[in-house]
Unconditional design. Structure first.
Ligand SMILES: NC(=O)c1ccc[n+]([C@@H]2O[C@H](COP(=O)([O-])OP(=O)(O)OC[C@H]3O[C@@H](n4cnc5c(N)ncnc54)[C@H](OP(=O)(O)O)[C@@H]3O)[C@@H](O)[C@H]2O)c1
Length: 270
């Protein structure tokens, strides 16, 4: 671990959405381990018990230098997001880093068989929720420094760069995130707000379990014969981007496991 990175992160307030599992949970742990002396972590998701356990885990691992605020927020409900950000306790109000990680996929249906409810929940969570959270947090970041300062980190996906059969809606949501992110970076050019997109390839998390409605056999089959990334692999990249010198922006990155070269191009051992 670079001590320069620890120092740069020291004293920051970091909001991580979708911190109850997978990449979000690993990201919270990685921030805490990288800068254990002084950090404030706001951890959001729907499963509040998982967030509270994570806060305990962080406390027992790194001690009291990292203060955690676990909070139940449903990203598919814009009014919940707005009210949550505006009612943050004073000591957590000044957010320096937003990690827009919460996201989900439902099913593998193809048009015209895609359930309208699945379309709505994926767009509400992955797109409208992410944009709403970004806007609310940006209001605070705009007050930092001379012209606004902070980091907005989007967890996109290879799915936002190429559509694949059975993933059209999820891919469309991640493409929307990518385009929003690109425009935002240009809109914020006169500020010191860094806009960062990290696009993972295949990562083994609860993602596939959610996709298949809890069917573990189907979720396990996704990873059969391949070695996916771990959520820690992506967490390390997130923390690295936030830990760069203030004038350095890792604007865009695509992270694959070694066997993957595109959304659907993977080497599978039989
Ligand atoms: N796994 C992959 O292969 C992969 C690849 C590329 C990109 N990604 C992206 O990485 C991000 C994290 O996914 P993951 O792989 O870590 O999956 P995961 O283990 O299923 O984690 C998803 C997180 O998002 C939260 N979330 C989902 N719906 C939510 C809602 N309505 N309100 C609030 N939080 C919600 C979940 O929390 P609750 O259920 O507690 O609400 C959970 O903490 C997602 O944006 C995903 O699209 C994943």
């Amino acid at each position: 671990m670079s001590s320069a990175m620890s120092k740069r992160l020291e004293g920051k307030t970091i909001l991580i959405t979708g911190a109850s599992s997978g990449i979000g949970k690993s990201t919270a742990l990685e921030f805490a381990r990288t800068s254990p002396k002084s950090l404030k972590l706001i951890l959001t998701a729907r499963r509040i018990d998982a967030l509270k356990s994570l806060a305990e885990e962080i406390k027992s691992e790194v001690g009291d230098g990292v203060q955690c605020l676990p909070a139940q927020v449903d990203m598919s409900k814009p009014s919940e997001i707005v009210s949550f950000v505006s009612n943050l306790p004073a000591e957590f109000k000044d957010i320096d880093v937003l990690v827009n990680n919460a996201g989900m996929v439902r099913g593998v249906a193809k048009s015209p068989e895609i359930d309208p409810e699945d379309i709505n929940v994926m767009f509400a969570t992955n797109v409208t929720g992410l944009i709403t959270m970004t806007q609310e947090v940006m209001k605070g970041m705009s007050k930092h420094g001379e012209s606004g300062q902070g980091d907005i980190i989007m967890i996109g996906s290879i799915a936002g760069r190429e559509g694949y059969p059975g993933g059209s809606i999820y891919c469309a949501t991640k493409a929307a995130v990518r385009t929003f992110t690109d425009a935002l970076r240009k809109e914020l050019i006169a500020t010191r707000i860094r806009v960062i997109e990290i696009d993972p390839g295949q990562v083994e998390t609860e993602f596939s379990l959610v996709r298949f409605g809890g069917d573990k056999a189907k979720a396990d089959a996704v990873y059969k014969g391949v070695e996916p990334l771990t959520p820690d692999d992506i967490a390390e990249v997130v923390v690295f981007t936030a830990g760069r010198r203030e004038n350095v922006v890792i604007a865009d990155s695509l992270i694959f496991p070694n066997h993957q070269a595109a959304a659907t191009v993977m080497h599978r051992k039989s």
